[in-house]
Design a protein around this ligand. Sequence first.
Ligand code: NI
Length: 284
Amino acid sequence: MTIICDGLRTAAKINMNTHPANSITLIDTHTHLNDDKFALDLDEVIQRANEAGVERIIVCGYDLQSSRDANDLACKFDCVYATVGVHPHDAKSYDKEVEDAIVELSSHPKNLAIGEIGLDFHYDFSPRDKQAAAFEAQIDLAARLDLPIVVHSRESNPEVMNILRSRAADISGGVFHCFSGDSDFAKSVLDIGFYIGIDGPVTYKASQKLRDVVGMCPLDRLLIETDCPYLTPVPFRGKRNEPAYVRYVAEEIALIKGLALHDIASATTQNAMRLFAGRAQEAA
Ligand code: NI
């Protein structure tokens, strides 16, 4: 089990140049392959991802069950890694018992981070004070465990930033997953040392603000994600999203930056390694 479950930490030591120069390897850093929508054809979905060059896939938990499922998938598939955490939608259920379970789940050898956690003032499925309390508790937890965090923020960027700033000294890095904000806000995210996660919407006509963020963001701070089954990029918008399509996100970033797809692939892969396996690399 340890051999199967030690992949990214081992992979962090692999020289990425061993791949042929023309091959593209990508990491989809945020997926929900633990969603029911993948129950019937997960093997094929993962095979298509691997064929498209997506060599590693991070499955994010959003409550206890989905976090358990993320860990199970990480054990089942070599290329899958997990994060565990309680999403703001479910913050009302967060208590000591849930916290203990998250700590336990985070000790899985292929768990890379605490997440996704944060605030969501669009849906407000949990009262805002409960969202803030669960977010703060899980940031403190991640700091204690020396794990990075995967942050969800919807219509709550200033409030999320206030909480992160108040704890910045303790946090072991993180990503603003599915970034939605303007270039000024992106600067403040970069200032606290976080990465910026870019998803399918960067390919949508109406997303000029997001393309501007990609344009200003240093290449060494971008991560690519699908957030599948949601947020399907063009040309598959309207269908179920899957990790193979993270390539379209990378291609759009390449266009914006005026660089080759290969450059975007290698930079975003190194960024993911640095954020999620950084300490393992240092220890190696
Ligand atoms: Ni997500």
